[in-house]
Design a protein around this ligand. Structure first.
Ligand SMILES: [Fe+2]
Length: 191
């Protein structure tokens, strides 16, 4: 007759062939094979609740719920930090790490993002593209100031709407030259 009471994890995974952890049921300590669905695993923290389903075999139960989810939504989450991946009822997939103050880190070979609509990155800090080559295939608008520390090459026409200076000299449309005398001589440089 199996106990209908809950057990509690009391020791970490023993790294045996099957996930096997120490637990206590009705005050008796023993080792239990912990059953997870295929592809899911956790070295359960102490005090995780277990239900014994066969002799020495138990299923862990998460009592805590992820926040900000609705009935019908599928969630993969960490009970301690509330970091979660939510498949929303409206079709969205949300990844939320803010409560646990965690990052989203992706390590891969090639990263491919294909969006049929828009892409928006809202960043409170700075943004760095650490890459030797960057290509924008479409038009680019920069609303802030731009500083180029390398050389610049422009193959298309260039339209300048404000003052242009070169080494501190004004070479805009209204600039004047020094040393001008009527005749065939050369003028001096812009003043
Ligand atoms: Fe000139």
């Amino acid at each position: 007759m199996l106990s209908k009471l809950w057990g509690r994890i009391t020791g970490k995974d023993k790294d045996l062939k099957y996930p096997d952890q120490q637990a206590v049921f009705l005050g008796r300590v023993g080792n239990y094979t912990v059953v997870f669905p295929y592809g899911l695993y956790a070295d359960l923290p102490n005090d995780t609740l277990l239900k014994e389903i066969a002799q020495g075999v138990a299923v862990p139960v998460t009592v805590k719920r992820p926040s900000d989810t609705e009935q019908g939504e599928s969630v993969f989450f960490h009970p301690a930090t509330n970091t979660r991946v939510i498949a929303r009822n409206n079709g969205d997939l949300d990844i939320i790490t803010t409560e646990g103050n965690g990052d989203v880190n992706i390590s891969t070979v090639n990263a491919n993002v294909t969006a049929s609509g828009d892409m928006v990155a809202t960043v409170a800090g700075s943004t760095t593209f650490d890459t030797p080559e960057t290509t924008f295939t479409g038009n680019v608008t920069v609303k802030g100031n731009t500083q180029m520390q390398g050389n610049a090459e422009v193959q298309g026409n260039t339209t300048l709407g404000a003052t242009v200076t070169s080494n501190g000299k004004d070479i805009s449309d209204t600039h004047t030259h020094s040393g001008v005398t009527p005749g065939g001589g050369n003028s001096g440089p812009p003043v």
